[in-house]
Design a protein around this ligand. Structure first.
Ligand code: SF4
Length: 405
């Protein structure tokens, strides 16, 4: 199998990561399961924390606005090729941006048809979209239904909290537009709404935020910790005081204490699974290999988007879908580093009693200039607090069950 080296000018990537040596030790890469396609590179909002437009990497400026039809067809063929080469009968494809609905309905139809055509009949392509929600209209709803596209919407909670960050370029808040978009999705019976994506804001009340999100009856909520690292810590962060961990623990108590399960919260589901001895299914927690890859608007192959919050070019690879199969990306040292679990941990994390659950946290959050990603997460104190809190709560429940009450 041909292996590519990292592009020059990335001194922060693990230069001691010898993929040949790993292979010699019996390590084998995990094929990609999830493909994130940046079908439009621009956005109609100007959220103040956006990793694409407000942080270190400004590479989007050189990308075409929209993924060309020929590029889409090529990417679709590459995805199908990768799935078949690894005997996978199912792949997840997330249509992303920028704002993916800026492509227009005709173009979106081409995207969906091309992906389906390349994959069928032996590979099932599950299509999802992540959108800010403001452009959802009847044309799009028809397309979502026709192609079974499930839609995740980004919303940060109640109007006053959402509108602090998720704004138009003129500073106007977008909560009313997003709410209308989600409500339009739900007019088709609720099956189109895949879930809500919410960035944690310490200035928002955690229970108010959670209860506001519940008003949309989402099947799931994904709380994201704001992007940050040791060079640029997230807002309100402290190295010793777990402000984010405490915020999340408050949401956990409200969620876990409900008489009936009101929605799924991915971070909590994963931590519970891990403390009970299972394996994580998310890249942001635990030691499971990262099995997702990103395709930029021009067809180039990239790593997980949020690495862009670390340094210019952090997500870039030297590979392009016109010239390389996805298999080549599996052998890049920077991709291998996100697949080898405990072997990629810093010494501090390797010695940490929570490592099996925490996994050093989300890879981009470990970055510090000079030592790259060989560090604990900048959210170390928060993860410690939240995991310990959930562990204690679940352990007390298990003990009660054992006693028969
Ligand atoms: S980030 Fe912190 S809590 Fe997580 S494994 Fe590393 S040392 Fe432990």
């Amino acid at each position: 199998m041909a292996r590519s080296t990292e592009p020059e000018g990335h001194p922060e990537w693990p230069d001691d990561m010898d993929v040949d040596e790993l292979l010699g030790q019996g390590w084998r890469p995990t094929p990609f399961r999830e493909f994130i396609l940046k079908i439009h590179s621009r956005c109609n909002l100007a959220c103040d924390y956006c990793y694409m437009y407000e942080m270190a990497d400004q590479g989007w400026r050189s990308q075409p606005r929209r993924m060309a039809r020929a590029t889409i067809d090529r990417v679709a063929a590459r995805i199908a090729e990768h799935a078949r080469a690894h005997g996978r009968d199912r792949v997840e494809i997330v249509l992303h941006g920028g704002e993916p609905l800026l492509v227009g309905p005709d173009h979106l139809r081409h995207v969906a048809e091309s992906l389906r055509k390349a994959c069928e009949p032996d590979v099932r392509a599950t299509l999802r979209m992540q959108t800010n929600g403001v452009l959802i209209d009847d044309h799009y709803l028809d397309l979502f239904e026709e192609f079974g596209i499930r839609v995740g919407v980004s919303i940060d909670g109640a109007p006053q909290d959402h509108d602090r960050h998720r704004v138009r370029a003129n500073g106007r808040g977008t909560h009313a537009e997003v709410r209308a978009g989600i409500e339009r999705l739900n007019t088709r019976g609720g099956h189109l709404l895949a879930g809500l994506l919410t960035t944690v804001d310490l200035d928002a009340d955690p229970v108010t935020t959670y209860e506001h999100l519940l008003t949309y009856a989402p099947p799931g909520v994904d709380f994201l910790l704001p992007h940050g690292n040791w060079d640029e810590p997230p807002p309100g962060w402290s190295p010793t005081e777990p402000h984010y961990g405490a915020w999340m623990a408050t949401v956990f108590d409200r969620w876990y204490g409900a008489l009936e399960r009101e929605t799924n919260i991915r971070m909590f589901n994963e931590i519970i699974r891990l403390v009970l001895g299972g394996r994580s299914r998310a890249e942001s927690i635990g030691l499971s290999p990262a099995a997702l890859v990103v395709v930029e608007t021009d067809g180039s192959i990239e790593q997980v988007d949020s690495l862009k919050s670390a340094f210019e070019g952090a997500a870039r690879t030297p590979l392009h879908t016109f010239t390389h199969p996805f298999d080549d990306a599996l052998y890049l040292p920077s991709v291998a580093a996100r697949q080898i679990g405990a072997r990629a941990l810093s010494d501090t994390c390797a010695a940490c009693p929570l490592a099996k659950v925490c996994g050093g946290g989300f890879y981009p959050h470990r970055y510090r200039s000079g030592s790259g990603f060989a560090n604990p997460s900048v959210y170390c104190a928060d993860l410690d607090h939240l995991i310990t809190h959930i562990h204690r709560t679940v352990a007390a429940d298990v003990a009660r069950l054992r006693k028969g009450h």
